[in-house]
Design a protein around this ligand. Structure first.
Ligand code: SF4
Ligand code: SF4
Length: 168
């Protein structure tokens, strides 16, 4: 990503490594904890277009915006997408704020990412996480009601999220 070797050596890992080069620990830390990808998505049968809803996955903790059983999530939610460098490149519904998407696109993390701010609360303070925005979890609503919960905000950045970016 950087041509100057001095600059490259000084850069944090997400600016000098590709997704493939990350250690397992670095990979996990790249998730900002926004919870956006854990919202239920609907697919149009004809166009295959994906639309977000404000309905959370059954395992989503809608306050902490984290999975309530991450290690065993695929036993309970078989269609939970396991992110890999390949899936990050293939999925067009990953939010523009997603740490994996940003690194894949060669972009820096935003100021509110915990790796930049040092604080896991800033993703919530910036209005990027789903905290306070989840209408219900998927097992709390009948399937026919899902369409009434389609929302566009998971694919947008709130104003406060771009107010100041990471420097350097
Ligand atoms: S959208 Fe990306 S950064 Fe946000 S919770 Fe999902 S994987 Fe993590
Ligand atoms: S199983 Fe966990 S990680 Fe997967 S979508 Fe649901 S809450 Fe998110």
């Amino acid at each position: 990503m950087h041509d100057d070797p001095t600059t490259l050596a000084a850069a944090p890992f997400w600016r000098r490594k590709t997704l493939e080069e990350l250690t397992a620990e670095e990979w996990e830390s790249l998730c900002d904890g926004c919870g956006r990808c854990c919202l239920v998505k609907l697919q149009d049968e004809d166009t295959e277009a994906i639309a977000y809803t404000d309905i959370g996955c059954q395992l989503l903790d809608d306050f902490n915006c984290r999975c309530r059983n991450y290690p065993e999530r695929q036993q309970h939610v078989p269609d939970c997408v396991r992110l890999t460098p390949e899936t990050v490149r293939a999925l067009d519904w990953l939010p523009p704020s997603c740490g994996y998407r940003l690194v894949e696109e060669g972009r820096d993390l935003y100021w509110w990412h915990h790796l930049v701010s040092g604080d896991r609360e800033t993703v919530h303070a910036a209005g990027v996480s789903v905290r306070g925005k989840v209408a219900a979890l998927e097992d709390e609503l009948p399937l026919e009601d899902y369409v009434d919960h389609m929302v566009r905000w998971p694919l947008r950045l709130p104003r406060g999220a771009v107010r100041r970016k990471a420097k350097g």
